[in-house]
Design a protein around this ligand. Structure first.
Ligand code: C5P
Length: 201
């Protein structure tokens, strides 16, 4: 049995945490598709073109230590605007989405492009300020020296680029349920999502 849960939304809206909790709850596999773009972006630091980087992506590349850095996030959103980069990553994501036993994929275009027939589509969002605070806390805990203002500017720049690109832009699928987590704790957001999915299974 395959069952795909698509979770899209802007950076630091809570997609990752919600996806992990949902996958654990249902015993589904989870793919953070942002990692594919981060790893592709990181490979361009070593001189590969974005297309070469995407076409030669391996499981090892997804284990690099620097994928969560602000630089890797910016590089990811730049390579993610290249249509050939996106095309190189489609088959892997679609096979993952239709694996036996169920899958949760989170990203920007899962409900719109990768899995348009997903059984559940969510668009998780939050205000810019709340998202910046969450990401800032995460980065500081990892030892990055960065101000809240820098994080906010970085998120806005990335979201604008992601929403403005011609191929697979960031936007809710027409049939997605939008969840705004600005005024929710992560536990509340997870509970709301589990209740919603429970109704559809
Ligand atoms: O989700 P995360 O912040 O790790 O994603 C990094 C970047 O990868 C995003 O800013 C976006 O440009 C790109 N991305 C994408 N499509 C996805 C997932 C991520 O374009 N499905």
């Amino acid at each position: 049995m395959s069952f795909c849960i698509a979770i899209d939304g802007p950076a630091a809206a809570g997609k990752g945490t919600i996806s992990k909790a949902v996958a654990a709850h249902f015993g589904f596999a989870h793919l953070d598709t942002g990692l594919l773009y981060r790893a592709t972006g990181a490979k361009t630091f070593e001189g590969l073109t974005p297309i070469e980087a995407a076409q030669s992506l391996t499981a090892e590349d997804l284990k690099r230590d620097d994928l969560r850095s602000g630089d890797a996030g910016q590089a990811a959103s730049r390579v993610a605007a290249v249509p050939e980069v996106r095309a190189a990553l489609v088959d892997f994501q679609q096979a993952f989405a239709r694996r036996e036993g169920g899958a949760v994929l989170d990203g920007r275009d899962i409900g719109t492009v990768i899995c348009p027939d997903a059984e559940v589509k969510l668009y998780v969002t939050a205000s810019d300020e709340v998202r910046a605070k969450r990401r800032h806390k995460e980065l500081v805990e990892k030892g990055e020296e960065i101000t809240l203002e820098e994080v906010l500017a970085d998120l806005r720049e990335r979201d604008e680029r992601d929403a403005a690109r011609a191929t697979a832009p960031l936007k809710p699928a027409e049939d997605a349920t939008v969840i705004d987590t600005s005024d929710m704790s992560i536990d509340e957001a997870v509970a709301q999502v589990l209740a919603l999915i429970g109704d559809r299974r």
